[in-house]
Design a binder for this molecule. Structure first.
Ligand SMILES: O=C(O)C[C@H]1C=CC(=O)O1
Ligand SMILES: [Mn+2]
Length: 384
């Protein structure tokens, strides 16, 4: 008998961060996670997540719009349909719900998770099998202060947690940003890779100048220096110097990836499952990058362990992952929401074992942080 999609539930969890996370467009002190739970007719369950950054300041979706898109538009399309026809369900959603990639991704993750759990296989096995069991993981230094960023970097190096640091810049004058990055790069020396993310804050003229300064102070990679639509600017910067240029916000799935790759308009792609519109589309973006000789980096929307685990299963199957990943989202949360946290050690994050995405939510913190539930549970808080 066909197993069907019976019920789709959503919740927004507002979880505090361990410190203010200062980005060019917002300072985050809370992350709002949209969890999607799909219940199937055989009693199996699939778990997904769609999370954005800084309300509506990063992109057009918000936690509330993600939830609304799932509840009001995606769920009615899927109820009663074949649970195992994941690609057909995702294609239907893509045809009927324009835009809203994070909402579509949250549901698609839950469909894949349910499918893999019913087979009793880790999601990576459904995608052909893991080629790696752990992935290098970057940490973002974004306290806003060079001295505390250096202290944080030293701590991460001493604990063997991270040796790739991404600095968030673009809020200050270019000259001040370069001085800030130079201080941190000098303190860390050759013990770590230093990269920056400008989150579209620079004009092309500022970026030309900025990239030159960043290269001089030893930065390896600069992420999305100019506006997402400025593909010719991104290409001009890619062609201009030796420092690697990475596309992030400019990528919104395979069509955008092909446009950039056809022109070799970036050196590296920050491949994000949510921004791509789901795991299958993110896989296509990765293939386009690999075919074009563009480097692959596993990107995050600062998600909880749920979407992070889904990304881990996908990127465990990527043939090449030269630039590593930034799957550190759960570590930025002051409280764990998984029953068993993801494992970070030896400068890497491990692929969780077990069926599906390999993780389970912890009901107590999930209830505690749920926007709509009474806050009666008191989880223990975690240090940086
Ligand atoms: O890449 C982004 O723009 C979003 C994000 C990823 C890491 C981080 O600190 O912020
Ligand atoms: Mn970015």
């Amino acid at each position: 008998m066909t197993i069907t999609i019976d019920r789709i539930e959503t919740a927004i969890l507002d979880v505090p961060t361990i410190r203010g996370h200062v980005l060019s467009m917002a300072t985050m002190t809370t992350q709002s996670v949209v969890l999607v739970t799909i219940r199937f007719s055989d009693g199996s369950v699939g778990l997904g997540e769609g999370t954005t950054i800084g309300g509506m300041s990063y992109g057009p979706e918000s936690p509330e719009s993600i939830r609304l898109a799932v509840d009001s538009y995606i769920a009615p399309l899927l109820l009663g349909r074949d649970a195992d026809a994941v690609l057909a369900a995702a294609a239907l959603v893509e045809r009927q719900v324009k835009g809203n990639p994070i909402a579509r991704s949250a549901v698609e993750i839950a469909l894949w998770d349910g499918f893999a759990r019913r087979l009793g296989l880790p999601l990576a096995s459904v995608f052909g099998g893991a080629v790696r069991g752990a992935m290098p993981v970057a940490w973002t230094l974004a306290s806003g202060e060079a001295a505390s960023d250096i202290e944080e970097a030293e701590d991460m190096l001493a604990r063997h947690r991270h040796r790739i640091f991404k600095l968030k810049i673009g809020k200050r004058e270019v000259r001040e940003d370069i001085a800030h990055v130079a201080r941190i790069a000098a303190a860390v020396g050759d013990r770590a890779s230093i990269r920056v993310d400008v989150n579209q804050a620079w004009s092309l003229a500022e970026a030309r100048w900025g990239l030159r300064g960043l290269q001089e102070v030893g930065v390896d990679l600069v992420e999305q220096p100019v506006a997402r639509d400025d593909l010719s600017g991104l290409k001009a910067l890619t062609d201009a110097g030796e420092i690697a240029v990475m596309a992030d916000e400019a990528l919104s799935g395979p069509a955008s990836a092909l446009r950039i790759a056809a022109n070799r308009g970036a050196d590296v792609f920050a491949v994000k499952v949510a921004q791509s519109g789901g795991l299958s589309r993110a896989r296509e973006v990765t293939s386009i990058a690999a075919s074009a000789g563009i480097g692959v980096y596993g990107g995050t929307m600062l998600e909880s362990g749920v979407a992070t685990a889904a990304s881990l299963h996908l990127f465990a199957t990527a043939e090449t992952l030269e630039w590593g990943t930034e799957f550190f989202g759960p570590l930025l949360f002051a409280h764990e929401i998984l029953a068993k946290p993801l494992v970070y050690r030896d400068f890497a994050v491990e692929l969780p074992a077990g069926p599906g995405i390999g993780v389970q939510p912890d009901p107590d913190p999930c209830a505690f942080f749920d926007r709509e539930k009474r806050r009666t549970v008191h989880p223990v808080s975690r240090a940086v």
